[in-house]
Design a protein around this ligand. Structure first.
Ligand code: SF4
Length: 318
């Protein structure tokens, strides 16, 4: 199916269904989100995102909770924040009577109990303070967790915080088969837990160890060591290449861990480490696709240009 999408320039769900002569005209809840991802990943400049083929959290850019309210997580690049951002978050919590404010495992702040109809106003206030969506709900980059590294820590070997910020600015917003987490630790003590992330960097005196395909969760998997590099630029190039290979070849809803167990670490090394030309080409394709996906979904909805009816209650009862 992905070959057909690439080889026949299929840029919409409908085009795929017609080309492959599928019988059900509307598809189902399993195939529509997968097709939507596959066409967006193959044709980032041309494919049109179909919000109705995304799950509710990705449609409303917040996480639905058990009581039907939503949680909102602004992005904190590399886990950094500022007094101004914290004041704005506190003001939002007061103004919208947020019942719980919680620090997440990804080094950000989560506002719980937001009513769906209040989401655009909450985002507007957070946007005004310079914050954007943290995509805490999406099949995309979630967080880049960092430690304080050489700037503050006695054991730090490199600027892990600064590199984490760079990696987050590089990878945020990308469409992925599943959620994707990155971390950068400033030394092998590994305070940012880089060895259970999809892409983890462990700084050492001589450079950067790159680790891939780890995750926490029900089935914990420690990362595999991909390779070692010397510069921040190389870290970014390998990160872009690995991410793009995953985007192009994993099944929708595969995390990197089951994907690499299926294809094998040696296959990924062959494509990303041993073949420099292929690595550069993968990274270039990632950079190109990022041009079309790095826009803040909160700002788009605050402006009323996207999904204006999504947040208006159908009816007020009682
Ligand atoms: S991982 Fe190393 S550099 Fe980072 S905070 Fe821990 S001890 Fe310090």
């Amino acid at each position: 199916m992905r070959a057909a999408i690439r080889n026949h320039h299929l840029i919409s769900i409908q085009a795929v269904r017609e080309h492959l002569e599928w019988r059900e005209p509307d598809g189902c809840a399993s195939c529509r989100p997968a097709l939507n991802f596959y066409v967006l990943a193959a044709w980032p400049a041309e494919a049109v995102d179909d919000p109705q083929s995304r799950f509710v959290n990705e449609r409303v850019h917040a996480n639905i909770q058990k009581d039907g309210t939503y949680s909102v997580v602004p992005r904190m690049w590399g886990g950094l924040t500022s007094p101004n951002e914290l004041r704005a978050i506190a003001d939002v919590a007061d103004k919208f009577e947020v019942p719980m404010v919680k620090v997440t495992g990804g080094q950000r702040i989560d506002l719980f109990g937001i009513k769906k109809e209040d989401l655009p106003a909450v985002w507007s206030d957070l946007n005004d303070a310079g914050m954007v969506s943290g995509h805490a709900y999406g099949k995309t980059l979630r967080t880049v967790k960092t430690c304080v590294g050489s700037e503050w820590c006695r054991f730090g070997t490199q600027d892990s915080t600064g590199l984490g910020v760079q990696l987050e600015k590089f990878t945020w917003g990308s469409n992925m088969p599943h959620k994707f987490k990155i971390a950068v630790s400033g030394c092998p003590r590994n305070c940012a837990e880089a060895t259970i992330k999809d892409f983890g960097v462990v700084c050492v005196d001589s450079g950067y160890e790159l680790h891939v395909a780890g995750n926490g969760g029900i089935k914990v998997r420690a990362t595999d060591l991909l390779c070692k590099v010397k510069t921040e630029e190389e870290v970014k190039e390998y990160c872009g290449a690995f991410t793009q290979l995953y985007r192009e070849e994993a099944h929708y809803l595969d995390r990197t861990a089951p994907w690499i167990e299926r294809v094998g670490l040696s296959y990924v090394k062959e494509k990303v480490v041993e073949d420099a030309t292929n690595r550069k080409a993968l990274n270039e394709r990632f950079i190109e696709s990022q041009k079309y996906s790095q826009s803040d979904p909160w700002a788009e909805r605050v402006s009323g240009k996207v999904a204006p009816a999504e947040f208006i209650p159908l009816k007020t009862i009682g």
